[in-house]
Ligand binder design. Sequence first.
Ligand code: MG
Length: 254
Amino acid sequence: MIICKSANEIRLMREAGRIVAKVFLKIEEIIKPGITTGYIDKIAEEVITGEKAVPAFKGYVGKVGKKPFPNSVCISIDEQVVHGIPGRRVIKDGELVSIDIGVKINGFYGDATRTYKVGNVSKIAERLWNATKEALDKSIELCVVGNRLSDISNVIENRAIIDGFSVVKDFVGHGIGREMHEDPQILNYGPPGQGPVLKQGMVLAIEPMFNQGSSDVEILSDLWTVVTRDRKLSCHFEDTVAVLENGPSILTRI
Ligand code: MG
């Protein structure tokens, strides 16, 4: 069941989204070669708790092995697709560093991901980054009352195809509200014109994940980190978007 949010509920979700966006602003200031993923996690947690909010991923029990996620944010580098665990790894020049942030405040969640190009990245990394970001922006434009859910899926897949990239099929976007993962599931592929009709008050976390090579992924022995099976690059962007009467409203950007 897809839960439509009232204007007041969306106001509360905007607050969660604002905090997510604030964390990214802070990360933009500090991310560079030589810092560890654990340091980014620590800074992110400080910003979130400084706003009296809760880092939503910390302690989140995953489907695989029921192991709680140990950190506040997910950091996934290069061939890592999603759910990378921050720690001692040092970020290097040329890496694609994706950071996924979930925040809970006043009973509502916000969820977004940015991928950072650290230093000088390869041409193919640049193309993958551009394609994934563009897919998110194009899909957000379709968050309009009366469109169908799979219009979003279709525009994402089509953007990947233009550059010969593939989309990850094992992970999906989702509705969001009082739960981090609500209905509907938002596939990153498929034909347009299917699924539920978008209604005023729906809030969607749209998250294209593009792979340089094959769409196949696997989970590492830490039971969290998802990597491409061919170990080629992956890129991920995500925003929490409200479907409003006068068009889409991105809650996780300032
Ligand atoms: Mg998400």
